[in-house]
Ligand binder design. Structure first.
Ligand code: A2P
Length: 330
């Protein structure tokens, strides 16, 4: 099994390499790929050194699977070229997510939609991933009518430049800016660009991607996405209205049984999920589970996950693992 990691020098790409190592992914050849700027740079993987190559050089090596995390423009240009060479692409960018011919996959929710016809598979937005894993079992049991989500997102979701901005501001150093405003000691209610309807693109991604992954356009979602000066992970406040009433103890049991979810909910002992706890973990942490007392059949909860891991790298590697397990790629 030959695996290419496109964007291997970036934040998500280097996390993909770590996750492949940790999970003992069965590969016998690794091809780290980045831009012309990084060509020849050495990457250490499982104790061996590998030289970074360009996308064109990687295509010529005919990898079985390519895990892409090098931005939308690189994916738009190169994913079809890899696919044409016989490589199955798992793409982290937003380039292919809403293409009706491409599958958008969170393994715990909808891995079964994948088949050998899928040559480019999209990995959802980080904020969407951690939300749908929680929504899925609740929708099956109680049928969701509407979700109101507000996010508190880590700077790592923006990339290396944003992490540098926060660190520089904390150290009092002038440097390049990833955001239009100071992020340290601040909260920025804008993620990605604004659309004509007044929502940001990140908010629209959460809405549209959720419907596509859940395979149900009847679920109404409205979102406010916010950047905060934190690095360990994204947090989300969810208000969920169901068609049917629920028993809170039973609902907790359903969440506790959900693959990929850990319930951390013990207010008496001040236990609830926080980004410092989610950091470097693959699990999605859920807590503050309580009834919305202002409306029937409605729930409030709080969801935290490491956006570089389950929100990006881990999800992509889990898709690749599924492709092998089901012999979609062999
Ligand atoms: P490079 O380091 O050579 O610029 P991040 O989002 O953390 O900044 O990472 C972006 C990743 O995408 C990096 O690995 C970067 O490589 C890679 N990348 C950017 N543009 C291209 C391109 N045209 N071809 C291949 N990789 C690219």
């Amino acid at each position: 099994m030959k695996i290419a990691v496109v964007g291997a020098t970036g934040l998500v790409g280097s996390m993909i390499l770590r996750v492949l190592e940790e999970r003992n992914f069965p590969l016998n050849e690794l091809i780290p790929v980045a831009s012309e700027r990084s060509k020849g740079k050495e990457i250490t993987f499982n104790g061996s050194k590998y030289k970074v190559v360009t996308p064109d050089e990687a295509i010529a090596l005919k990898p079985d699977i390519a895990l892409f995390s090098a931005g939308g423009a690189t994916s738009t240009e190169y994913a079809p070229k890899f696919a044409e060479a016989g490589t199955v692409v798992v793409d982290n960018s937003s380039a292919w997510r809403m293409d009706p011919d491409k599958k958008l996959v969170v393994p715990e929710v909808n891995a079964s939609v994948l088949s050998s016809d899928d040559k480019i598979i999209a990995n959802p937005n980080c904020s969407t991933i951690q939300m749908v894993v929680v929504l899925k079992p609740l929708h099956e049991k109680y049928k969701i009518k509407r979700v109101v989500v507000s996010t508190y997102q880590s700077v790592t979701g923006t990339g290396v430049k944003a992490v540098d901005q926060l660190n520089n501001e904390r150290a009092g150093i002038e440097g390049e800016k990833a955001y239009p405003y100071k992020i340290d000691l601040n909260v920025i209610p804008q993620i990605d660009v604004f659309m004509d309807n007044g929502y940001t693109k990140e908010e629209m991604k959460m809405i549209q991607e959720t419907n596509k992954i859940m395979g149900d356009d009847s679920i109404k979602v409205t979102a406010t996405t916010v950047r905060i000066p934190v690095m360990g992970g994204h947090s989300e406040s969810l208000n969920i209205e169901f068609e049917n009433d629920f028993d809170l103890a039973e609902l907790r049991g359903i969440l506790a049984k959900q693959d990929g979810v850990t319930v951390v909910d013990d207010p008496a002992n001040l236990k609830y999920p926080m980004p410092l706890d989610a950091h470097d973990k693959d699990e999605i942490l859920v807590g503050r589970i309580r009834r919305d007392e202002t409306q029937d059949n409605t729930l409030n909860l709080w969801v935290v996950a490491d956006n570089l891991r389950k929100g990006a790298a881990t999800n992509a590697v889990q898709i690749a693992e599924y492709l092998l397990k089901e012999k979609i790629v062999s």
